[in-house]
Design a protein around this ligand. Structure first.
Ligand code: FAD
Length: 421
């Protein structure tokens, strides 16, 4: 088994892992041995989180274990090694003519890491990516291999596990027949039109993303629609916003060649649902991210509250994205129990100034019961977060039951979930 000295930094380069060892087991037996011998350990995914959620004194990557993708057409599921990235999984799904219900903004993220933090795409009827999980296999800190399936006791607590329950080794996801999607971008929507027609705009496609820099108008609305047998309605206007005549990058002015095709060209689901293509540097690369998700009934008020901070936000911001996510029953999901709107911020890499901005934003969003995205930057501590999660105490009991020796605990979990820092 190979062991590196140090895992280095996360994707954005804003966080250097403190772990002194990165284990690369190639079998489950080796993984069990590493976990049994480690006082404190975590599994590292594709390192796309912006905070220390994945850190510990020792880390494990599962990239050396066999990927072993199995599509089961009888149950409409696919199961595979948890280290797989969505972009890699898609190849096997395409070969079998099946698809996932949704994807995040880029396909480079590991499935296990995305599921562990309730990563989401957009679409008012689309649950986050963790809602596709039909089953999980994990190795606990006691070395036991546990399998859980949807419908079994505590399953809803296992899925968005924040890396705290054990090493997830295999994941089973729901699949459906492959489908095609068209993507169109509309530019220059007015704030008045957004506030007056929020529901119609956000439901104008299967997956809709609103990109803004909190200026005079909203920069872009990306509308992704599933191709059906019905003749396509080509709209040149969306409540006063005009259809873009060329492909766009979410950050106006950046080269769109890293982005998935637009202009209404129909294409496979996995080439349209993410904003960025596999094989390209996603997003702008040099960035920090934060996101707050709140009940959809507060959409207009919460967006207005953030807009009131536009003068402070704009100098630090690359772009914001507003999306919707359907309610689910996963205990630690930001979308638990409520249809949700998320306001996302891609910041310039100015950690200190962004930290100050997050304090202001979190204060402004208190009335809207905003839950921070677990994998992005935020300030709220466990005492502030606990009342936002109805099943928090059940989750903490599950953590204690599965990991009584606290091997998978880390300082992030103590500060933001357990409240022991
Ligand atoms: C450019 C960019 C775009 C993004 N776009 C989106 C988006 O569209 N929507 C959105 O919601 N989020 C988005 N994110 C956030 C991202 O999806 C989350 O931070 C996600 O957790 C990253 O997954 P990862 O594999 O990199 O996990 P890591 O950051 O490596 O780890 C995250 C957590 O998962 C745990 N984990 C990973 N693998 C396992 C395993 N096998 N077993 C147990 N625990 C495990 C880790 O221990 C840790 O707790 C984006 C991030 C970036 C950098």
């Amino acid at each position: 088994m190979i062991q590196d000295r140090s895992p280095g930094r996360n994707w954005a380069g804003n966080y250097t892992y403190r772990a002194r060892k990165l284990h690369r087991p190639s079998t489950i037996e080796q993984l069990q041995e590493v976990i049994a011998n480690a006082p404190r350990v975590r599994v590292l995914g594709s390192r796309h989180s912006f905070n220390d959620i994945a850190d510990s004194s020792e880390l494990i990557t599962l990239e050396a274990t066999p990927m072993d993708v199995v599509v089961d057409h009888a149950t409409d599921t696919v199961s595979f090694n948890a280290a797989l990235k969505y972009g890699e999984l898609v190849h096997s799904l395409n070969e079998e003519g099946v698809a996932l219900h949704n994807l995040a903004s880029l396909p480079h993220i590991s499935v296990a890491g995305a599921v562990a933090t309730a990563t989401h795409g957009s679409g008012e009827a689309n649950g986050n990516l963790a809602t596709a999980v039909a089953g999980l296999e994990l190795v606990t800190s006691g070395g036991e291999i546990i399998e859980v399936s949807r419908g079994e006791p505590d399953f809803d607590g296992f899925v968005v596990g924040l890396g705290a329950l054990g090493a997830v080794t295999r994941i089973t996801l729901d699949v459906e027949p492959a489908y095609e999607v068209r993507q169109r971008v509309f530019e220059g929507l007015s704030w008045e039109a957004l506030f007056e027609h929020f529901d119609e705009i956000i439901s104008s496609g299967y997956s809709v993303s609103i990109f803004t820099r909190w200026g005079e108008t909203i920069d872009q609305v990306w509308v992704k629609s599933r191709v059906t047998d019905e003749p396509e309605q080509v709209e040149s206007d969306l409540f006063g916003a005009t259809a873009a005549a060329v492909d766009r990058h979410p950050i106006l002015g950046l080269d769109a060649s890293s982005c998935t095709p637009q202009l209404g060209r129909a294409g496979p689901w996995a080439d349209r649902l993410p904003h960025f293509r596999m094989g390209f540097t996603p997003s702008s690369g040099e960035e920090l991210q934060s996101e707050y998700l709140f009940p959809r009934r507060y959409a207009v008020e919460a967006i207005e509250a953030v807009r009131n901070l536009a003068a402070e936000i704009r100098p630090l911001l690359q772009v914001s994205e507003i999306r919707t996510v359907a309610a689910d029953r996963l205990w630690m999901s930001m979308n638990y129990g409520q249809d949700t709107v998320g306001i996302h911020f891609t910041w310039k890499p100015e950690r200190e100034a962004v930290g100050g901005m997050l304090v202001q934003l979190e204060t402004a969003l208190v009335p809207f019961e905003a839950r921070p995205h677990w994998g992005k930057l935020f300030n709220a501590n466990a005492a502030t977060i606990a009342p936002l999660y109805e099943r928090m105490s059940d989750f903490i009991r599950l953590v204690e039951r599965l990991d009584p020796r606290g091997a998978f605990r880390n300082s992030w979990l103590e500060a933001h979930v357990l409240g022991e820092s």
